[in-house]
Design a protein around this ligand. Structure first.
Ligand SMILES: C[S@@+](CC[C@H](N)C(=O)[O-])C[C@H]1O[C@@H](n2cnc3c(N)ncnc32)[C@H](O)[C@@H]1O
Length: 271
C-alpha cells in the first residue's frame, strides 16, 4: 500500500518531458512552446490567451495596469476583461505592494489611461475580491489571472472565490508561484501561492501546471481528476515543514539584513 502511494506521488510530480502532456486544447502543444524558453511571464500569457482564444477573463490584483494593458493591446479575442483591485491601502495586507491611498488613486488613474484603447472591453471592479467577485456570473469566465494578495489568506480567498466563476474546461493562472514562501524578506507575511494552489487543485480535482517565471496554470476539469505537472522541476516538495524550518527562516532574515546593509553601503559610496 505504502509503495503504491509513493509511486502515485512520483508520477504526479514528475517534470514534463516531451510529448503532448500540455495540450490545453488539441492544437496547443504548450510543452513545445515552453521548450522555446519564453523570456517573461507576459510571453507565456499572451501566447496562452491568443491560442485559447480567451473571450472573457478577469485579473485579480491589477496595480498599475501593466499586465492588463499588455493583454488588451495584444489580444483582440478578449471581449470582456474584469479588473479586480481595491486600489486602496489595506491594513491587513503585509506586502511590499501595499502603498498609501494617494499612490493607489494614482495607480488606478494610470491603469485607466494605459487601457483607454480598450475602454469598451474593460469592466472595473474596485474592491477586494470578496467585495466584488459576485459582479461576475458563475461559470462565465474562460480565464482568470490571480495576482493579488499572495499570503495564505489571500490566495485561499482568491481561489475559492474565483473558481466557481470559471467555465468547466476553463483556466485559472497566476503569479508568485514561488518555490520558497520567503519570497520577500522575513518582515513581510510569507507567500503561500505555492504550495496552497497544489492543495486546492487536489481538492477540486483540477490539473495544475507549474510554469517558468513563477507562474501556474490550473484547468477546471469535468472529470475532477487531479494532476500536478511540474514543467520546471522546482516544486518536488509540497510540504510546509521545510519551508518553515529555522534554517530557511534565518536565511530570509539574513537576506533582509543583507539588502538593508547593501543599500546603506551604496548610499555611503555615492557620497
Ligand atoms: C502585485 S500587484 C498586481 C500586479 C499586476 N497584476 C501586474 O501584473 O501588473 C498586487 C495587487 O493586488 C491588489 N490586492 C491586494 N489585496 C487584494 C484583495 N484582497 N483583493 C483584490 N486585490 C488585492 C493590490 O491592491 C495590488 O494592486
Amino acid at each position: 500500500m505504502t509503495q503504491q502511494i509513493k509511486t502515485t506521488l512520483r508520477t504526479i510530480h514528475q517534470p514534463v518531458q516531451g510529448g503532448p502532456h500540455f495540450s490545453l486544447n488539441n492544437s496547443l502543444p504548450m510543452d513545445q512552446y515552453l521548450a522555446t524558453d519564453p523570456t517573461s511571464r507576459f510571453d507565456t500569457w499572451l501566447h496562452f490567451i491568443k491560442t485559447q482564444r480567451v473571450e472573457s477573463m478577469a485579473e485579480v490584483g491589477v496595480y498599475r495596469g501593466d499586465f492588463a494593458a499588455k493583454v488588451l493591446n495584444a489580444c483582440d479575442c478578449i471581449s470582456t476583461y474584469y479588473m479586480i483591485d481595491p486600489w486602496r491601502h489595506l491594513n491587513d495586507w503585509n506586502k511590499p505592494a501595499n502603498k498609501n491611498n494617494d499612490s493607489f488613486n494614482r495607480y488606478l488613474e494610470e491603469t485607466l489611461s494605459k487601457t483607454e484603447m480598450a475602454a469598451s472591453r474593460r469592466v472595473i471592479l474596485r474592491g477586494k475580491t470578496t467585495e466584488v467577485i459576485d459582479e461576475i456570473a458563475d461559470e462565465s469566465l474562460d480565464f482568470a489571472y490571480i495576482d493579488g494578495d499572495h499570503t495564505l489568506k489571500g490566495i485561499s480567498i482568491d481561489l475559492v472565490a474565483t473558481f466557481p466563476k470559471i467555465k468547466t474546461g476553463g483556466f485559472i493562472g497566476g503569479d508568485d508561484f514561488t518555490a520558497t514562501v520567503w519570497q520577500h524578506s522575513a518582515s513581510f507575511e510569507p507567500s503561500l501561492v505555492f504550495p496552497f494552489t497544489v492543495y486546492f487543485a487536489e481538492a477540486v480535482g483540477a490539473t495544475l501546471w507549474a510554469l517558468p517565471h513563477s507562474q501556474f496554470l490550473m484547468r477546471k476539469n469535468r472529470d475532477r481528476e487531479f494532476q500536478f505537472i511540474d514543467s520546471t522541476g522546482e516544486y518536488s516538495d509540497i510540504s510546509l515543514k521545510n519551508q518553515f524550518s529555522p534554517r530557511n527562516y534565518f536565511k530570509a532574515i539574513f537576506k533582509e539584513k543583507k539588502q538593508k546593509y547593501t543599500r546603506i553601503l551604496r548610499k555611503l559610496k555615492w557620497r
